[in-house]
Design a protein around this ligand. Sequence first.
Ligand SMILES: [Zn+2]
Length: 81
Amino acid sequence: MGREKLICPVCGKPFYKGQGVIIDFSGRVLIFHSKNCAIKFIRSFITYVDPSEVRKATNETLKEFSERLEALKKIREKKLT
Ligand SMILES: [Zn+2]
């Protein structure tokens, strides 16, 4: 079984399947060769999405991470006491 080669959709660099950053855009899975290329893509992607949707999604995402940080904090506090 040969290793499948992929082309980064942002910079055009070839890389092997299994490497890179995978992002699922509502069923359309894109694989970027590096985190930098994934960030570049997402920065551009955001400009094509309805601004009110972007604001809503930003708030939801911030909420998700803030809840995660809160949970981590609680675990750490439990360990200390
Ligand atoms: Zn790339």
